[in-house]
Structures are given as C-alpha cells and as structure tokens.
Design a protein around this ligand. Structure first.
Ligand code: ADP
Ligand code: MG
Length: 460
C-alpha cells in the first residue's frame, strides 16, 4: 500500500469526536455540526462548510486544533482545507440492501472502560510506539477498530517474531470493545482455534463450534502460520470466513510471514487471506527502538542513563520483545542489588544477551546443512520421509539444535523438516535431551556443530 492511497476519514472523525468531548455542547453544535468531511489525500483533508463567514471563523478558531488532533492520531501532518459548499443531502450509495439496513441502525453507544475476557488491556493503541516500520499496520488497525467490517476487511498483519502483531491485533479488539456495545468480539490464536475444533469433533459438538465462530461481529485470529498442514481446520476456517465475509463482519489475522510464503495452505483459504488488506511489520530502526524503550521505561517509572538506553538499542536490533527482555533483566538486577544502572553494569549484565542475540541469524537451512554434512547425509535426507536410524538420529539432533539456536516454533521447525508435526519436533528434542544425559560424547559433538553453524558463511 502506498502512502498516497490512504484515506484519513477515520482520523477526521476521531478528531471531531475528541473535540466534542472537550468543548461545550453549544460551541460544538454551533461550529462543528455544519462541517462535512468531503475527501482526503496525503496532504489534506477537505471539509465542506456552508459560508465564507463560517470558513473564516472556523479557520481562525479551530483549524490548528483539528490539525493537531489529526496529527496526534495519525502521526501525519495533514492540513485541513475548508471548502464552501451547501450542505448536501446524503446521497444514496450503491450498497446492498442489507448493508443499507446496517447503516441505518442508530450509532452504537459508547461504553465505559471494560475489559474483554480474552484480551490483555495493556495491548492498546496508546502504548504502541509508531515508526516507519509499523505505521501502515498501525493506521490500518486503528481504522479497522473504528470502522469494523467497513474499513479493510479482511486484514492480514504479518511480520517476524516480537514485532507487535499480537499487540496490534488485541488493540483492535480492545478499542472496538470499548467503542461499540453489543459487538461480539472473539480473539483466538490459530492454535486454540485448531484445538477447539478437534475437541468439538471428538465430542460431537461441532455445531456449537460453528455457531460460536459464525455468529461473531469481529473475529481476530492470531498466528495463522500455525494452520499449514491442518486440513480440516483450514476447511472449517474457510467456511467461517465465507459466512462472516458475506455478513460484513470484520476479520483480522496475523502471520509470521506473507501469505504467499505460507506452505501447505489450501488455495482457497490462501486466496481468502490475500483478499482485503495485507500489511507488514518490519523491525524498528534505531530511533524507533529508542522511542519504544523510552516509553517502556516511562510506563515502568524507571530511569536509566541515556547511554544505557543507547547501548541496548544499538545491540538489540531484531525485535521489540528482546528489547523488553533486556529491560526486564536490568530492572530486576537494579531491584535485587539495589543499585542504579550504569553503563558498566548494563554491559556486564547484558553481555550474554547481546551475544545470544547474534544467533538469531542462524537459519534452519544452515543447521540442516551442517548436521547433514557431519553425518555424511544429504539435505534431502534431513527433510525426507526415511526413518532409518542412520537418518532419524541426525534429523532429531538437527531439530534440537534448531530449537536451541533459533526462535522458530516447533510448528515451524516441523514444517522445514519435511512437513512434520510439531509433536514430532517436541519428541525429537526430548530424545536428544535424554541422550545427552547418558552419552558423554554428545555434548562436545553439539558444541562442535554449533560452532560450525555460527561460523557458516554460505555453501562452499
Ligand atoms: P508478535 O505477536 O509480533 O510476536 P507482540 O505483539 O507479542 O509480537 O510484541 C512483543 C512485545 O513487544 C509485546 O510486549 C508488545 O507490547 C511489545 N511491542 C511490540 N511492538 C511494539 C511497539 N511498536 N510499541 C510498544 N510495544 C511494542
Ligand atoms: Mg504474537
């Protein structure tokens, strides 16, 4: 999505709503009732006003205020341009009769702060720090929360581990939950969805399962990269999707990679995921990392010297979860030994953390290559179906090492090892752990392999 395609109407509406809350009723009715949003692009929002007098007055009194609000909400400097135009009666739009009826419903009531049982209220828009890396995903999520089922449906938010997918997905749910009464919001991870579905089949309650998911107003499914290979669950989700889509119900999904890269996904589900809007989250740059860490420190009411904040942000580049981990570690240390954190302490305390961190660059492919080579096997053996002992053990070892050196989940590791199930990976890791205890040659072998993997510089 290019910036130029963005529509600022939701930000306009929200700005006006906030102003309404902050001004007297009389003042609001006098000046704002007669403004009408017309159009927007990347540099301006055009608003209709009824006369020259009006235009001059609101220009002087409110233009700055509105622009300031829009900037706070969208993060973009957008000018408000007033255009004189007689107020138009609402034009009929080319929507379906059902959608029309939806539109004619009275506006949903605002409710007081409540928390949704499946959502963590800490994952909200206010706490989400924005940067170039996540701006579109943020804007899309914000627009969806304000205009569910209308703005961007479905929406797929994708990006690597710890970049804020769950945070944004839950922020949509939290915000819509505050905003609209009687809106049924369901948040679920793809894994839970799968387990619930399997259980429903086993217990003969699949009608209840279907009812539950096909009657929601907003369905938020986290981590759909868990679905590949789960044929029946995909089938069920496909039908759920269609039912909700036809009823204009909002759906948002997250995935750790673009839909095109999800393997073992049925074509029809893939095409559904690709519909609507797909937005990505990239790792934050240095400035954004500083902004995130600073905000987290404020939230925790902790002060670190500037150079400590910089040290952390220079060394932890890949994701926000790791920034948080480093922060938690230092705070715990400071509390335990009752010391203020200096640069020296931070360097010492986070040393392992920083070096561990380099290991993130390890890919599954490299682990497979190195371990295969060590045992005189081919890469195909690693990923293949053969279960002879000569192959099974190295494969288990490679799975174990992958889990040790990378952040990939058992599901992901299984997929890369010939589409095996995550339980196979868990089993493999357990086998190796058991064997380490009884076989004294194994640890040095693992250390040797680990070194080779970290030093790997490409196929010779
Ligand atoms: P993902 O689901 O992509 O793996 P999460 O949403 O769980 O990542 O984010 C990991 C942690 O980092 C969470 O505690 C989240 O609140 C925090 N986080 C991620 N992105 C941001 C951000 N832009 N601003 C503030 N906190 C963030
Ligand atoms: Mg997540």
């Amino acid at each position: 999505m290019k910036t130029g395609e963005w529509d600022y109407e939701v930000f306009w509406k929200e700005a006006i709503k906030q102003i309404q809350e902050e001004t007297s009723e009389q003042e609001f009715l006098m000046w704002f009732r007669n403004m009408q949003y017309l159009a927007s692009n990347d540099s301006q929002i055009v608003v209709a006003v009824p006369s020259t007098f009006y235009k001059d007055q609101v220009g002087q009194r409110y233009q700055r205020l509105i622009e300031g609000k829009v900037f706070e909400l969208s993060g973009h400097k957008i000018a408000i341009a007033f255009k004189i135009q007689q107020k138009q009666p609402d034009k009929p739009s080319p929507r379906s009769p059902a959608a029309e009826r939806e539109r004619e419903k009275p506006a949903p009531q605002r409710k007081g702060k409540k928390s949704h049982p499946q959502l963590n209220t800490e994952y909200n828009f206010e706490r989400f720090v924005r940067g170039e890396n996540n701006d579109f995903a943020y804007m899309a999520s914000f627009a969806i929360a304000r205009n569910p089922g209308k703005a961007y449906n479905p929406c797929m938010i994708y990006g690597g581990v710890g970049l804020g997918k769950t945070h944004l997905l839950q922020a949509i749910g939290n915000s819509a939950y505050q905003e609209f009464d009687d809106t049924k919001i369901v948040y679920v991870t793809a894994e839970t969805f799968t387990n619930e579905f399997i259980l429903a089949i086993k217990e003969n309650t699949s009608h209840r399962f279907k009812n539950k998911y096909r009657s929601v107003d907003m369905l938020l499914i986290d981590d759909v990269h868990f679905l590949p290979g789960k044929v029946e669950t995909q089938e069920e989700l496909f039908h759920t999707f269609n039912a909700l889509y036809d009823a204009n119900k909002q759906m948002v999904f997250t995935s750790d990679r673009p839909v095109s890269e999800l393997k073992k996904l049925s074509d029809r589900l893939r095409s559904r995921f690709e519909r609507g809007l797909n937005v990505d989250l990239q790792p934050p740059n240095f400035e954004t990392r500083i902004a995130i860490l600073t905000k987290k420190l404020e939230e925790k009411k902790v002060v670190f010297p500037e150079e400590v904040v910089e040290l952390i942000c220079q060394n932890i580049k890949t994701n926000v979860r790791d920034l948080e981990k480093a922060l938690t570690k230092l705070i715990a240390y400071a509390e335990l030994v009752n010391k203020t954190i200096t640069l020296e302490i931070a360097e010492r305390q986070l040393k392992d953390f920083f070096t561990d961190h380099d290991q993130k660059n390890v890919t599954i492919d490299v682990v497979q290559r190195i371990v295969a080579e060590y045992f005189g096997l081919s890469l195909n053996d690693m990923k293949g179906k053969k279960r002879s002992k000569a192959i099974a053990f190295p494969r288990q070892l490679a799975m174990y090492i992958t889990r040790e050196l990378t952040e990939y989940s058992t599901t992901e590791v299984g997929l890369e090892f010939g589409g095996r199930d995550h339980t196979t990976v868990m089993h493999a890791c357990q086998r190796i752990e058991d064997r380490i205890k009884t076989d004294p040659t194994l640890t040095p072998a693992i250390q040797h392999l680990t070194r080779g993997i970290k030093e790997y510089r490409g196929p010779s």
